[in-house]
Structure formats: structure tokens, C-alpha cells
Design a protein around this ligand. Structure first.
Ligand code: CTP
Ligand code: MN
Ligand code: MN
Ligand code: MN
Length: 361
């Protein structure tokens, strides 16, 4: 190769599902700022601007190296005037004045604090803020508040592993041919998460929901359940996939707070040694799709959220297909496309396969 010819810079796709994004983010200084802006717009119900900053952050996360000059950023997808201005400011003085202002804004800080409670969304946080609340008051708070200290603390990989072992033992004591899969952020190779996500199912068609309720019963008997929000299946085969990302899937699932004993965790509990309890509360999500929908659920629950959004957007805009956690529908052929693996789904979409550890978009 001729050393004088510079290597052509590969064009960065506007779709996260055509980019490879590992957990090594070389542009954290910019993406952290963008996420604050995105959140602030979300709090003001400016969804368009919020999504624009989330997309810009996602593009920067996929870059192999740190942005050194404005010229590096200008040709990238979703980097508009506003985000370029923020980058310029950070390149010049190391921080963005606009972001600093948001971070010290009382409404922003208070909403963030309230929304860090499990089960509290923008609407509830807003309601409390309007009542004049600025911090937590005893007696006013939902379930999540009970274990607030524990569940606002990150979950480590070792803790996720320990929970996997406990649930694996529980599931297999019920059915020997059950299938348990770690999904969510830990499947993408993250070292820490806000919860641990699992898919639990069985090849016996129609028995998956029964399996989930049996798992919950058993965890209860073992004294491990601190809180359980169970949602029965509303899955209906005859419904077409709903590409709208915010629509929840219809499989049986539960949002749990489990008690994790330090003795089960290699290297001990993460950061809770001080209080001498020897256990901590952890958020765990379990979802139970029928085996036929397993690959779609695995792809949907592995995330990241931005990766999922763009998979659906790509399917619709580029392929005239509808994708969700249940199925893939080809609108041209008017048929559902079956899949037993994630690779099958990428192939149906005409996409190169992206490993879970490259989906941290
Ligand atoms: N998900 C979903 N339906 C739900 C809940 C979650 O499809 N009812 C998907 C989300 O879209 C996401 C994945 O499951 O892609 C994991 O969600 P979550 O645990 O919130 O995020 P993580 O990526 O695991 O990040 P964290 O480490 O913060 O848990
Ligand atoms: Mn998760
Ligand atoms: Mn999350
Ligand atoms: Mn989750």
C-alpha cells in the first residue's frame, strides 16, 4: 500500500445496528454532556431534541478514538448545530456552560433524584416537585424506596453471576429442560448495571408462563423475594409486530427486588461491607417468552435501548419490515419471518451480525 494515500475513513452509519459499539467509550466527555442535555429536554417534554442528543451520543460512542477537532465531528450523522457547539465548547474549555447550568438547576436535580426511585417516572416526579417536595420524606414513597440505598447502588458482574447461579438452581429444580439466559447490559459485557435481566423459558410450548410463576413461588419459599411486580402474559400471535419502541412486550414477566447473600458472591458484595448486614437488595427482571419467540426476545432484551430503537427504525425505513420483541413481519411479502437465533434475524434484515458486546450503542 502507498503510505502517502491516507486510509479512507469508513462512513459512519446513521443506524446503531450498522455500527459496532463496545463498552470502551473514547468520547465519554462529550457523550456524558449529550446525555444530560437529552435528559433535560425529556424533562421538558421536548422529545425530538431529546432523541437528537441521544442519537448524537450514540454515534460518538461508536467512534474508535476521541474527537480532537470540530472537523472530526462535522461529517458525522445526527451531529447538528447544537451538538457541534457543545463539542466546540468542551474542546476549548473542558466543559459546557449549558450542561453545567442544567446540572445545577433545582428542578432538574430534584426530578433526577425522584426518578432514581424504582417505579417512579417523570409524571410522578413532576407531581411531587409541583407539590413543593425537594427531597425524600418518610412515608410518602413507593416500594422502591424501601431498598433505595441498595438498588441505587450499581450491581457488579460478580453479583450478577451469583444471581444467575441462584436462579439457575431454582429454575432447574422445577424443570430440567428449562432454558435460562442472561441478557441486558451484562450480556453486552458491561461491568456494572442497574439491574440483572434474564430470559427463562422451556421447550414445552405453553408452559413458559407456568414456569415463571413456579420460579417466583420457589424464590419466595427460599426467602429471597423482597418485592415482586408480576405481569401476566397478554401475548397474542395474531397481532402484527409493533415497531414503536416504547410499547412494552406482551410476555409474562416480573420486576423483582431480590435479597442477595454476600456468601454467594465471589469476592463479596459490592460496596455494602460497611453496614455489616452481609446481604444487599438487587433489582432483577425475568421475562418468559414462548420458545418460538425466544430469538426475538433475546435480541430485544439485550439492548442497548439505542441499538433496539435503530434496529426497528432500520427494519421499517430500509426494509419495509416491522420488528419487535415478538416477531419480524415483512410488509412486502405480508408474512412473518421465523427465527431461532439472533443471526437469523440479522440475516432476514440483511444486516451484518453484531455481537452483543458490540451493541453498546
Ligand atoms: N426491555 C424491554 N421491555 C421491558 C423492559 C426492558 O424490551 N419491559 C429491554 C430494553 O429495551 C433494553 C433491555 O430490555 O434493551 C434491558 O433493559 P434495562 O435493564 O433497562 O437496561 P440495560 O441495557 O440492561 O442497562 P442497565 O445496566 O442499566 O440495566
Ligand atoms: Mn438491565
Ligand atoms: Mn436501565
Ligand atoms: Mn431490566
Amino acid at each position: 500500500p502507498d503510505a502517502t494515500t491516507s486510509t479512507p475513513v469508513a462512513k459512519v452509519s446513521q443506524y446503531a445496528c450498522q455500527r459496532r459499539t463496545t463498552t470502551a467509550n473514547s468520547n465519554k466527555i462529550f457523550t456524558d454532556a449529550f446525555e444530560v442535555l437529552a435528559e433535560s429536554y425529556e424533562f421538558n417534554e421536548m422529545e425530538g431534541q431529546s432523541l437528537a442528543f441521544r442519537r448524537a451520543a450514540s454515534v460518538l460512542r461508536s467512534l474508535p478514538s476521541k474527537i480532537q477537532s470540530l472537523r472530526d465531528a462535522e461529517s458525522l450523522p445526527f451531529l447538528g448545530k447544537h451538538s457541534i457547539a457543545v463539542i466546540e465548547e468542551i474542546l476549548q474549555c473542558g466543559f459546557s456552560m449549558e450542561v453545567q447550568k442544567i446540572l445545577s438547576n433545582e428542578r432538574f436535580k430534584t426530578l433526577k433524584l425522584f426518578m432514581s426511585v424504582f417505579g417512579v417516572g417523570l409524571k410522578t416526579a413532576e407531581k411531587w416537585y409541583r407539590k413543593g417536595l425537594l427531597s425524600f420524606t418518610r412515608g410518602l414513597f413507593p416500594t422502591g424506596f424501601l431498598h433505595y440505598g441498595d438498588i441505587s447502588r450499581a450491581v457488579s458482574k460478580a453479583e450478577a453471576q451469583a444471581l444467575g447461579n441462584i436462579i439457575d438452581e431454582t429454575v432447574h429444580a422445577i424443570t430440567s429442560d428449562a432454558l435460562l439466559t442472561l441478557t441486558g447490559g451484562f450480556r453486552r459485557g458491561k461491568d456494572f448495571g442497574h439491574d440483572v435481566d434474564f430470559i427463562v423459558t422451556t421447550p414445552e410450548m405453553g408452559k413458559e408462563e407456568h414456569l415463571l410463576t413456579a420460579v417466583i413461588e420457589s424464590l419466595k419459599h427460599q426467602g429471597l423475594i423482597l418485592y415482586c411486580d408480576y405481569r401476566a402474559s397478554t401475548f397474542d400471535m395474531s397481532r402484527l409486530p409493533n415497531h414503536k419502541f416504547d410499547a412494552m412486550d406482551h410476555f409474562a414477566k416480573c420486576f423483582l427486588i431480590l435479597r442477595l447473600d454476600g456468601s454467594r458472591v465471589e469476592g463479596g458484595l459490592c460496596g455494602a461491607e460497611g453496614d455489616g448486614r452481609g446481604w444487599r437488595a438487587v433489582r432483577v427482571d425475568l421475562v418468559s417468552p414462548p420458545m418460538k419467540q425466544y430469538a426475538f426476545t433475546l435480541l430485544g432484551w439485550t439492548g442497548s435501548k439505542q441499538f433496539e430503537r435503530d434496529l426497528r427504525r432500520f427494519a421499517q425505513k430500509e426494509r419495509h419490515m416491522l420488528l419487535d420483541n415478538h416477531a419480524l413481519y415483512d410488509k412486502t411479502k405480508r408474512e412473518l419471518l421465523a427465527a431461532t437465533t439472533e443471526q437469523d434475524i440479522f440475516a432476514h434484515l440483511g444486516l451484518q451480525y453484531i455481537e452483543p458486546c458490540q451493541r453498546n450503542a
